[in-house]
Ligand binder design. Sequence first.
Ligand code: ADP
Ligand code: MG
Length: 475
Amino acid sequence: MPNPDQERWSRVKERLRTVVGENVFSSWFARMELESSEGDTIKLSVPTRFLKSWVQSHYAEKLLECWQSEQSTVGRIELTVRSAVIRTLPPKVKPVETLPVRSEFRDTRGFGEPRMPSTPISAVHEALGGSPLDPRLTFDSFVVGRSNTLAHAAAKQVSQAHAGDAVMFNPLYIHAGVGLGKTHLLQSIAWAGNAGAERKVLYLTAERFMYSFVSALRTQNALVFKDTLRTIDVLVIDDLQFLQGKSTQQEFCHTLNALIDAGRQVVIAADRPPSDLETLDERVRSRLAGGLVVEMGVLGEELRLEILKARVAAAKHHHPGFDVPLQVLGFIAKIVTHNGRDLEGALNRLLANSKLNGQPITLEMAEREVRDLIRPQEPRRVKIEEIQRIVARQYNVSRADLLSSRRTANVVRPRQVAMYLGKTLTLRSLPEIGRRFGGRDHTTVLHAVRKIEHLVGNDNALAEEIETLKRQLQE
Ligand code: ADP
Ligand code: MG
């Protein structure tokens, strides 16, 4: 039955999702449930203790704020842990989920499968302590194009291997910018790999890994945690760039080594290549780089169009009247360049619009609805090596000169310019830049950056030169 508390809870969840973003939401809130609402107190439950304390320590205020925006009389939110039994049994279908009209818009993504309670695969996966798996992120719904062919093939290969097969590339390391399909590919591996009972595939976000480990330490279960991880056949870690803290990193390093040495498969995704994970220990970085490292490029227009077509086809199963003329899809594919999430957002709006107004989708409607999703392309990721190459060419010296210890004026200035550009155009730290410039100290880099900053203020010619270099690098 439609229950006002549950409906309010759905709205609070929508707010939360917008406030914290899809990834955080699905990691920490996807399995939160409303237990009761009495007076000014809301009781929510989560399936595990660590989810509870993570949410309490990181998101308690946001949660309360979101709730208060829907219901100002709420003063307190209590979190409890649901009984452990639920974790190991396939959860039952809740009647609220099948309410026809409301449930269509419960989920801002709106496409593919309606948000079904976990299938047996994900119940088993969650019992192992894995991060929640989204039923829509499977190989079947992953569209292959030029930018992701290799990553897709490698992921497929990993998911199809049998227990005891020789591991071909270990770890498999996939990197790409936001919204380019990393999580989709990694979760596909978890779904496909767990489909047979033969192997255990565990999908964890780095945040989750970190938190599980920390809470295991706190409850003196660290050994159990280690043992569990080491019985996994395929360990899949998403968003490795978020792994923080010395002891967690050490633990991660041990786990990685133990699994790889035992011939188990490890798959990793991050937003940058291993060499750029600056907070990680050098040994871990080189271990990560020692397997297969694959970059997924931006989604080209063709691939975007194919993704859109696939989405519309999936949406038709649940919304039979939904139809988007090819011309409109072409338009969206052309202008929404940012990433997969915006493509999805654009279609969701069209879907909501056609549902609510009952009008057919036209080009004009699309133009109006998706205008704000047209974003300038993300600035290109500039590499230190490129900066060195372009600066060397500009000043007619060699790249080796820039890295050398020569101190003649014709090399010193270009070197300083290159270091300055390294600091302003990349996210590299001063020590990292120093390392890439022939192992110099970070104070040398700092000196160079300050020097050029100062000069640019007084020397128009130099300022212009630097602008030109920047433009060349960012094009
Ligand atoms: P990332 O983890 O790299 O930030 P996601 O895997 O979350 O990106 O992808 C963002 C959205 O774009 C998801 O809805 C995903 O399903 C979609 N997407 C990205 N690449 C593809 C693809 N090749 N085929 C189908 N959907 C894709
Ligand atoms: Mg992701």
